[in-house]
Design a protein around this ligand. Structure first.
Ligand code: FE2
Ligand code: FE2
Ligand code: FE2
Length: 277
């Protein structure tokens, strides 16, 4: 099979992983704190590893990892409905992986897809178990419809964090500079933490996290990437700073200040790397 065709198939798989991560995180946040939400977040983390392996393989083949999100199955009122949708999403993924394993003849890529497929089979079993559990517990949506200054700030933060997660991952895949790559991966993980904190805070504040992103910088030269990353960090650090002074709740103020300090640190790290470029 031609290289471009393999890249296209792997990007389709990657988009499916992206969709699964967002669907599962949305469900986990909407369930509030609890054992089941934690287990679902752990599954989302496994999908992130899949996404990472697929992206690295695409880059090895000379391709560019897609930033599109595949289709999700987000409808449903009660948690049991969501878990049924998660079972279906796993089945969508399993069907696609089986098809791609048949089509691709490169043994290394075949092996990777088989490895991922076995995780998806296990996730499907987990979600089937969660359907029963959610039914027994009559688990429900804990999100509210609150819209005020606090929820606006939190959604602004969530949107930013999601954007930079994608941006730093893409930059980490595309840069040939190993130190930049390592830092991008590291800071992307830190941004994932921020996203989780803000989404949980949102649910506690009676709102609904909106997991959408804005435009992602697609520079291909490392210096251009770093310039874009420094710019976004500086903007967002002052955004968090402003938000922290506006917010009265002391815990939320503390959280926003902590995130602001992380963002300043990211800007400094990227500036040092740019000096060396
Ligand atoms: Fe999965
Ligand atoms: Fe952040
Ligand atoms: Fe940051």
């Amino acid at each position: 099979m031609e290289r471009d065709r393999i890249i296209a198939l792997l990007n389709q798989d990657l988009e499916g992983e992206h969709a699964a991560i967002i669907q599962y995180l949305t469900h986990a946040y909407a369930m509030g704190e609890g054992e089941m939400a934690c287990e679902i977040e752990a599954i989302a983390r496994e999908e992130m590893r899949h996404l990472d392996w697929l992206a690295e393989t695409i880059v090895e083949l000379g391709g560019t990892p897609s930033l599109e999100r595949g289709s999700t199955r987000m409808d449903g009122e009660a948690v049991a409905d969501w878990m049924r949708n998660d079972v279906l999403l796993e089945e969508d993924g399993m069907n696609l992986y089986r098809e791609h394993i048949k089509l691709i003849d490169d043994p290394k890529i075949k092996r990777l897809l088989e490895r991922i497929l076995s995780d998806e089979e296990s996730h499907r079993g987990d979600f089937m178990h969660f359907v029963d559990k959610a039914q027994k517990e009559e688990a429900r949506d804990v999100r509210g419809s609150q819209r005020d200054k606090v929820t606006d700030i939190l959604n602004w933060g969530i949107e930013h964090e999601y954007t930079v997660i994608l941006q730093y991952l893409l930059h980490s895949y595309l840069t040939p500079n190993m130190e930049v790559k390592r830092q991008m991966e590291d800071q992307a993980i830190n941004e994932m933490q921020h996203l989780g904190w803000l989404a949980e805070e949102m649910v506690d504040s009676g709102g609904t996290p909106r997991i959408e992103h804005t435009e992602v910088d697609r520079s291909t030269r490392t210096a251009d990437m770093l310039r874009a990353d420094i710019k976004i960090e500086q903007e967002v650090a002052s955004g968090y700073d402003r938000a922290a002074t506006e917010i009265k709740d002391p815990d939320l103020k503390k959280l926003l200040t902590r995130i602001r300090d992380h963002e300043r640190y990211h800007a400094d790290i990227f500036s040092d790397l740019l000096k060396k470029e």
